[in-house]
Design a protein around this ligand. Structure first.
Ligand code: AMP
Ligand code: ZN
Ligand code: FE
Ligand code: FE
Length: 298
């Protein structure tokens, strides 16, 4: 069976591979298609598309948008710390709607870092914004870059320790950023010609199947097209529940490794995502349903 990976990062956000290295990795892993889904940017698309072309891997232009979890979850009875990430697949990077949303999400990221640094300073671990920017090396500013700066200062013995003790969800130096309303993220993805997929539903931290079903139903009503059934952080039992809910709600299944390069122990292609998932998502692109497959009388 032919496999793909529909969730991967490069050094345009918090991964370590260049877009060309990612494409070559996809070929080495024997993948037939690869989606590049960096956080709040499409900066790696051109280089990755070109490199995918050279190695015979289908390039799926994507993005992972930061959604406002509280705005979605508070009214649904979920009051635990949560992350809402919405993937766009087949997005058009030139779309004004998508570009402007990504820009404002990146501004939210830039504004968050000084607040995290203030919290870290209060905990006795001063770090400068310049150190975090140096760790990011021009990429979109993400928490792993803060983790790297903490590691460089030897406040922690590993980036993971930085997350576990300080900057992970709900940690003492965790600071929420200004994220996009779910409807806004889904709308911008659709406006760009893409399909909207809920990333790693496990990070919604729902109390159980009933709550997860309510949240997925709300997102579907907002226009969500699909959901990640397969993801590196999701145990098999959780995946089974998500697959069932996707069927019940009419959401297309998706999946990916969420590969980040050497900073995380994840292998590109590890989830063995069947290409049928990709085809199901492709068929949901805006306008596809209306498009005739043959031209009558032509
Ligand atoms: P941000 O979007 O800047 O909040 O950073 C999110 C990224 O941080 C995720 O995509 C992961 O790469 C990483 N991350 C988030 N939580 C953890 C965690 N608990 N341990 C390790 N990495 C994490
Ligand atoms: Zn990431
Ligand atoms: Fe994510
Ligand atoms: Fe991701």
């Amino acid at each position: 069976m032919s496999h793909c990976d529909l969730h991967a990062h490069t050094n345009a956000s918090d991964g370590t591979d260049t877009p060309a290295q990612l494409a070559r990795g996809a070929a080495l892993a024997g993948l037939s298609a690869l989606a590049l889904t960096d956080h709040d940017t499409t900066a790696g698309h051109d280089a990755c598309r070109e490199a995918c072309g050279a190695v015979g891997v289908e390039f799926v232009p994507g993005v992972e948008l930061s959604g406002d979890a509280r705005g979605l979850l508070d009214s649904l009875g979920q009051d635990q710390p949560a992350q809402l990430h919405i993937l766009g697949l087949f997005v058009g990077s030139e779309s004004p709607e998508l570009r402007s949303l990504c820009e404002s999400l990146r501004e939210g990221r830039d504004a968050r870092v000084p607040r995290m640094l203030a919290a870290l300073g209060a905990l006795g671990m001063p770090v400068t914004l310049e150190e975090v920017r140096a760790a990011a090396a021009g990429a979109v500013l993400c928490r792993p870059h803060v983790a790297q700066a903490l590691l460089d200062r030897a406040y922690v013995a590993s980036r993971q320790e930085a997350f576990d003790r300080y900057i992970g969800l709900g940690g003492p130096a965790y600071v929420e950023k200004d994220d996009g309303a779910a409807a806004e993220c889904i709308g911008a993805i659709h406006a760009s010609g893409g399909v909207a997929v809920l990333a790693h539903p496990i990070s919604l931290n729902c109390s159980g199947r009933v709550q997860l079903c309510a949240v997925l139903g709300r997102l579907r009503d907002l226009g969500l097209d699909g959901v990640e059934v397969l993801h590196s952080d999701q145990p098999a039992e959780f995946s089974r529940v998500v697959a069932e809910l996707a069927r019940e709600l009419g959401l297309a299944p998706s999946g990916g490794s969420d590969y980040h390069g050497v900073v995380k122990p994840r292998r590109l292609g590890a989830m063995n995502v069947p290409v049928e998932f990709l085809e199901g998502l492709r068929a949901r692109r805006p306008g596809m349903k209306e498009a005739p497959s043959t031209v009558p009388g032509a």
